[in-house]
Design a protein around this ligand. Structure first.
Ligand SMILES: [Zn+2]
Ligand SMILES: [Zn+2]
Ligand SMILES: [Zn+2]
Length: 313
Protein backbone atom coordinates (compact mmCIF):
# COMPACT_ATOMS: atom_id res chain seq x y z
CA UNK A 1 0.00 0.00 0.00
CA UNK A 2 1.33 3.42 -0.90
CA UNK A 3 0.91 5.79 1.99
CA UNK A 4 -0.24 9.28 0.96
CA UNK A 5 0.65 12.35 2.99
CA UNK A 6 -0.80 15.81 2.57
CA UNK A 7 1.88 18.45 2.03
CA UNK A 8 1.49 20.97 4.90
CA UNK A 9 2.80 23.74 2.65
CA UNK A 10 0.78 23.42 -0.56
CA UNK A 11 -1.88 20.81 0.25
CA UNK A 12 -0.89 18.35 -2.50
CA UNK A 13 -1.02 14.62 -1.74
CA UNK A 14 2.41 12.99 -1.83
CA UNK A 15 3.41 9.34 -1.74
CA UNK A 16 5.31 9.08 1.56
CA UNK A 17 8.12 7.18 -0.16
CA UNK A 18 8.80 10.16 -2.44
CA UNK A 19 9.80 12.16 0.70
CA UNK A 20 9.48 15.53 -1.08
CA UNK A 21 6.30 17.18 -2.31
CA UNK A 22 6.42 16.98 -6.11
CA UNK A 23 4.41 20.20 -6.40
CA UNK A 24 6.29 22.58 -4.08
CA UNK A 25 9.47 20.70 -3.06
CA UNK A 26 8.66 20.73 0.67
CA UNK A 27 10.09 17.77 2.60
CA UNK A 28 7.07 15.84 3.94
CA UNK A 29 9.12 13.17 5.77
CA UNK A 30 11.46 14.84 8.25
CA UNK A 31 15.16 14.07 8.38
CA UNK A 32 16.08 11.17 10.65
CA UNK A 33 19.32 9.65 11.96
CA UNK A 34 19.22 7.43 8.88
CA UNK A 35 19.68 10.39 6.53
CA UNK A 36 23.09 11.48 5.34
CA UNK A 37 24.54 14.38 7.34
CA UNK A 38 27.21 16.87 6.30
CA UNK A 39 29.62 15.16 8.71
CA UNK A 40 29.30 11.96 6.70
CA UNK A 41 31.12 13.38 3.67
CA UNK A 42 32.41 16.92 4.18
CA UNK A 43 36.02 17.68 3.22
CA UNK A 44 37.56 18.91 6.54
CA UNK A 45 39.29 22.05 5.15
CA UNK A 46 35.91 23.10 3.73
CA UNK A 47 34.28 22.72 7.14
CA UNK A 48 37.08 24.67 8.86
CA UNK A 49 36.98 27.47 6.29
CA UNK A 50 33.22 27.80 6.58
CA UNK A 51 33.44 27.90 10.38
CA UNK A 52 35.92 30.78 10.12
CA UNK A 53 33.60 32.64 7.74
CA UNK A 54 30.74 32.17 10.17
CA UNK A 55 32.78 34.00 12.82
CA UNK A 56 31.86 37.20 10.96
CA UNK A 57 28.39 36.76 12.36
CA UNK A 58 27.62 40.42 12.87
CA UNK A 59 28.45 41.55 9.36
CA UNK A 60 26.92 38.65 7.46
CA UNK A 61 23.18 39.16 8.18
CA UNK A 62 23.55 42.77 7.01
CA UNK A 63 25.48 41.67 3.93
CA UNK A 64 22.89 38.98 3.30
CA UNK A 65 20.03 41.50 3.38
CA UNK A 66 21.84 44.35 1.62
CA UNK A 67 23.67 42.47 -1.06
CA UNK A 68 22.85 38.81 -1.40
CA UNK A 69 19.06 39.07 -1.31
CA UNK A 70 19.06 41.93 -3.78
CA UNK A 71 21.38 40.08 -6.10
CA UNK A 72 19.14 37.00 -5.84
CA UNK A 73 16.19 39.12 -6.97
CA UNK A 74 18.20 40.27 -9.99
CA UNK A 75 19.04 36.70 -10.99
CA UNK A 76 15.42 35.60 -10.52
CA UNK A 77 14.29 38.45 -12.74
CA UNK A 78 16.75 37.28 -15.40
CA UNK A 79 15.56 33.68 -15.04
CA UNK A 80 11.93 34.71 -15.44
CA UNK A 81 12.80 35.78 -19.01
CA UNK A 82 15.46 33.22 -19.93
CA UNK A 83 14.58 30.01 -18.14
CA UNK A 84 11.79 27.57 -17.49
CA UNK A 85 10.92 26.06 -14.15
CA UNK A 86 11.63 22.32 -13.77
CA UNK A 87 8.55 20.33 -12.80
CA UNK A 88 9.51 17.93 -9.98
CA UNK A 89 7.25 15.26 -11.47
CA UNK A 90 9.21 15.30 -14.77
CA UNK A 91 12.14 12.99 -15.57
CA UNK A 92 14.69 15.68 -14.71
CA UNK A 93 12.63 16.56 -11.62
CA UNK A 94 12.79 12.96 -10.45
CA UNK A 95 16.60 13.03 -10.78
CA UNK A 96 16.64 16.12 -8.57
CA UNK A 97 14.35 14.40 -6.04
CA UNK A 98 16.44 11.22 -5.93
CA UNK A 99 19.64 13.21 -5.50
CA UNK A 100 18.09 15.32 -2.72
CA UNK A 101 16.93 12.14 -0.96
CA UNK A 102 20.42 10.61 -1.14
CA UNK A 103 22.02 13.76 0.30
CA UNK A 104 19.31 14.35 2.92
CA UNK A 105 18.26 17.84 1.83
CA UNK A 106 15.69 19.79 3.84
CA UNK A 107 13.72 20.77 0.75
CA UNK A 108 14.02 20.75 -3.04
CA UNK A 109 15.40 24.01 -4.41
CA UNK A 110 13.20 25.74 -7.00
CA UNK A 111 15.01 24.59 -10.18
CA UNK A 112 15.34 26.02 -13.68
CA UNK A 113 16.58 25.17 -17.15
CA UNK A 114 18.20 28.28 -18.60
CA UNK A 115 18.60 28.68 -22.34
CA UNK A 116 22.34 28.93 -22.93
CA UNK A 117 24.97 27.69 -25.37
CA UNK A 118 27.40 27.05 -22.46
CA UNK A 119 27.16 23.84 -20.43
CA UNK A 120 26.74 24.99 -16.87
CA UNK A 121 24.95 24.33 -13.62
CA UNK A 122 24.96 26.43 -10.50
CA UNK A 123 23.19 27.15 -7.27
CA UNK A 124 22.60 30.61 -5.92
CA UNK A 125 20.59 32.10 -3.10
CA UNK A 126 20.59 33.79 0.27
CA UNK A 127 20.53 32.15 3.67
CA UNK A 128 16.71 32.01 3.30
CA UNK A 129 16.20 30.31 -0.06
CA UNK A 130 18.42 28.45 -2.50
CA UNK A 131 17.91 27.85 -6.25
CA UNK A 132 19.32 25.45 -8.82
CA UNK A 133 19.96 26.33 -12.47
CA UNK A 134 20.99 23.94 -15.25
CA UNK A 135 21.64 25.17 -18.78
CA UNK A 136 20.11 23.62 -21.89
CA UNK A 137 23.62 23.03 -23.29
CA UNK A 138 24.59 20.95 -20.25
CA UNK A 139 21.62 18.68 -20.88
CA UNK A 140 22.71 18.31 -24.55
CA UNK A 141 26.33 17.58 -23.72
CA UNK A 142 26.00 15.13 -20.83
CA UNK A 143 24.33 11.74 -20.50
CA UNK A 144 21.51 11.32 -18.00
CA UNK A 145 23.87 9.72 -15.46
CA UNK A 146 26.36 12.54 -15.88
CA UNK A 147 23.60 15.12 -15.42
CA UNK A 148 22.74 13.36 -12.17
CA UNK A 149 26.38 13.63 -11.07
CA UNK A 150 26.34 17.37 -11.79
CA UNK A 151 23.07 17.77 -9.89
CA UNK A 152 24.68 15.85 -7.00
CA UNK A 153 27.55 18.34 -7.01
CA UNK A 154 25.18 21.32 -6.94
CA UNK A 155 22.90 19.88 -4.26
CA UNK A 156 26.06 19.08 -2.28
CA UNK A 157 26.67 22.85 -2.12
CA UNK A 158 23.16 23.28 -0.72
CA UNK A 159 23.60 20.46 1.79
CA UNK A 160 26.88 21.93 3.04
CA UNK A 161 25.38 25.44 3.35
CA UNK A 162 27.79 26.94 0.84
CA UNK A 163 25.25 28.77 -1.26
CA UNK A 164 24.88 32.19 0.42
CA UNK A 165 28.68 32.48 0.69
CA UNK A 166 29.19 31.38 -2.92
CA UNK A 167 26.64 33.94 -4.03
CA UNK A 168 28.49 36.60 -2.09
CA UNK A 169 31.77 35.53 -3.73
CA UNK A 170 30.06 35.83 -7.11
CA UNK A 171 28.94 39.37 -6.26
CA UNK A 172 32.48 40.29 -5.19
CA UNK A 173 33.88 38.90 -8.43
CA UNK A 174 31.53 40.93 -10.51
CA UNK A 175 33.32 43.90 -9.07
CA UNK A 176 32.77 46.76 -6.72
CA UNK A 177 31.59 49.02 -9.47
CA UNK A 178 28.89 46.68 -10.68
CA UNK A 179 27.89 45.80 -7.16
CA UNK A 180 27.58 49.30 -5.81
CA UNK A 181 25.73 50.43 -8.93
CA UNK A 182 23.20 47.61 -8.88
CA UNK A 183 23.07 46.90 -5.21
CA UNK A 184 23.97 50.12 -3.44
CA UNK A 185 26.47 50.44 -0.65
CA UNK A 186 27.27 47.49 1.55
CA UNK A 187 30.42 45.94 0.20
CA UNK A 188 32.51 48.20 2.46
CA UNK A 189 31.21 46.12 5.34
CA UNK A 190 33.34 43.24 4.15
CA UNK A 191 36.88 43.45 5.42
CA UNK A 192 39.75 42.50 3.09
CA UNK A 193 40.43 39.65 5.52
CA UNK A 194 36.93 38.26 5.01
CA UNK A 195 37.24 38.47 1.23
CA UNK A 196 40.52 36.60 1.20
CA UNK A 197 39.11 33.90 3.45
CA UNK A 198 36.03 33.62 1.28
CA UNK A 199 38.06 33.05 -1.87
CA UNK A 200 40.48 30.54 -0.40
CA UNK A 201 37.62 28.61 1.19
CA UNK A 202 35.72 28.58 -2.09
CA UNK A 203 38.00 26.06 -3.77
CA UNK A 204 37.97 23.76 -0.75
CA UNK A 205 34.18 23.81 -0.83
CA UNK A 206 34.30 22.31 -4.34
CA UNK A 207 35.89 19.16 -2.94
CA UNK A 208 32.93 18.50 -0.64
CA UNK A 209 30.57 19.07 -3.57
CA UNK A 210 32.57 16.59 -5.70
CA UNK A 211 32.17 14.04 -2.94
CA UNK A 212 28.42 14.66 -2.94
CA UNK A 213 28.49 14.20 -6.72
CA UNK A 214 30.15 10.80 -6.33
CA UNK A 215 27.70 9.71 -3.63
CA UNK A 216 24.76 10.66 -5.84
CA UNK A 217 26.18 9.19 -9.06
CA UNK A 218 27.34 6.05 -7.24
CA UNK A 219 30.08 5.47 -9.80
CA UNK A 220 33.46 7.22 -10.03
CA UNK A 221 33.62 6.75 -13.81
CA UNK A 222 30.46 8.78 -14.31
CA UNK A 223 31.74 11.73 -12.27
CA UNK A 224 35.08 11.61 -14.05
CA UNK A 225 33.53 11.50 -17.49
CA UNK A 226 31.26 14.45 -16.62
CA UNK A 227 34.25 16.43 -15.32
CA UNK A 228 36.30 15.54 -18.40
CA UNK A 229 33.58 16.61 -20.81
CA UNK A 230 33.23 19.95 -19.03
CA UNK A 231 37.00 20.37 -18.81
CA UNK A 232 37.33 19.72 -22.53
CA UNK A 233 34.75 22.39 -23.16
CA UNK A 234 36.27 25.02 -20.88
CA UNK A 235 39.92 24.04 -21.21
CA UNK A 236 42.08 22.49 -18.55
CA UNK A 237 43.37 24.58 -15.67
CA UNK A 238 46.40 24.01 -13.52
CA UNK A 239 49.16 26.04 -15.21
CA UNK A 240 50.73 29.04 -13.45
CA UNK A 241 48.52 31.56 -15.22
CA UNK A 242 45.40 29.62 -14.35
CA UNK A 243 46.56 29.28 -10.75
CA UNK A 244 46.83 33.02 -10.44
CA UNK A 245 43.48 33.41 -12.12
CA UNK A 246 41.97 30.87 -9.78
CA UNK A 247 42.57 32.99 -6.71
CA UNK A 248 40.28 35.59 -8.19
CA UNK A 249 37.81 33.25 -9.72
CA UNK A 250 34.52 32.18 -8.22
CA UNK A 251 34.64 28.98 -10.24
CA UNK A 252 38.03 27.68 -9.24
CA UNK A 253 39.18 24.40 -10.69
CA UNK A 254 41.02 22.51 -8.03
CA UNK A 255 44.12 21.14 -9.79
CA UNK A 256 43.85 17.88 -7.88
CA UNK A 257 40.12 17.51 -8.16
CA UNK A 258 40.08 14.08 -9.77
CA UNK A 259 43.01 12.84 -7.71
CA UNK A 260 41.26 13.87 -4.49
CA UNK A 261 38.05 12.26 -5.61
CA UNK A 262 39.89 8.98 -6.29
CA UNK A 263 41.43 9.11 -2.82
CA UNK A 264 38.02 9.66 -1.29
CA UNK A 265 36.62 6.80 -3.36
CA UNK A 266 39.13 4.42 -1.75
CA UNK A 267 38.53 5.67 1.82
CA UNK A 268 36.56 3.92 4.55
CA UNK A 269 34.66 7.19 4.99
CA UNK A 270 33.27 6.76 1.50
CA UNK A 271 32.26 3.13 2.15
CA UNK A 272 30.46 4.19 5.33
CA UNK A 273 28.56 6.94 3.52
CA UNK A 274 27.58 4.55 0.71
CA UNK A 275 26.33 2.04 3.25
CA UNK A 276 24.33 4.72 5.05
CA UNK A 277 22.72 5.78 1.76
CA UNK A 278 21.92 2.18 0.84
CA UNK A 279 20.21 1.69 4.20
CA UNK A 280 18.26 4.95 3.97
CA UNK A 281 16.94 4.01 0.53
CA UNK A 282 15.99 0.50 1.64
CA UNK A 283 14.09 2.03 4.60
CA UNK A 284 12.13 4.36 2.33
CA UNK A 285 8.87 2.50 2.88
CA UNK A 286 9.43 2.27 6.65
CA UNK A 287 10.32 5.87 7.54
CA UNK A 288 6.74 7.12 7.47
CA UNK A 289 4.36 8.55 10.09
CA UNK A 290 1.83 5.69 9.74
CA UNK A 291 1.96 1.91 9.42
CA UNK A 292 1.69 0.92 5.78
CA UNK A 293 -0.43 -2.14 6.65
CA UNK A 294 -2.91 -1.05 9.36
CA UNK A 295 -2.54 2.76 9.11
CA UNK A 296 -1.78 3.20 12.81
CA UNK A 297 0.17 6.30 13.79
CA UNK A 298 3.80 5.50 14.52
CA UNK A 299 7.08 7.29 15.05
CA UNK A 300 8.79 7.98 11.73
CA UNK A 301 11.77 5.86 12.79
CA UNK A 302 9.71 2.88 14.05
CA UNK A 303 10.72 0.00 11.80
CA UNK A 304 7.94 -2.15 13.29
CA UNK A 305 4.32 -1.05 13.74
CA UNK A 306 3.58 -0.48 17.47
CA UNK A 307 -0.02 -1.69 16.89
CA UNK A 308 0.06 -4.61 14.43
CA UNK A 309 3.73 -5.40 14.91
CA UNK A 310 4.49 -5.86 11.24
CA UNK A 311 7.91 -4.97 9.83
CA UNK A 312 7.75 -1.85 7.70
CA UNK A 313 10.87 -2.61 5.66
ZN1 LIG B 1 3.80 20.90 -1.37
ZN1 LIG C 1 30.73 23.65 -7.28
ZN1 LIG D 1 0.32 -1.65 11.71
Amino acid sequence: MDLQIRCPRCGAFVEAEKVFCVRCGHRVIPLTVYDLSVDDFVYPPDREGLESLKQFKFAFPVINALLVERYVKEVLRWLSKNASRIDFSSKLGSIIRESALILGLRSLPPSYIAASDKPNAFTFGSTKQRYLVITSKLLDLLSEDEVKAVIGHELGHIKCEHVAYHTLAEILMRGMEFSSRILGAGLELLSPMFRLMLLSWHRESEISADRASLLVAGDLRIVESALRKLEKYYGEGGGPVESLFEVFSTHPIHPNRIKMLREYYRSSEYSRAVEKIRRRLSYAKALTPRCRYCGAVKKITDLFCPVCGRSQI
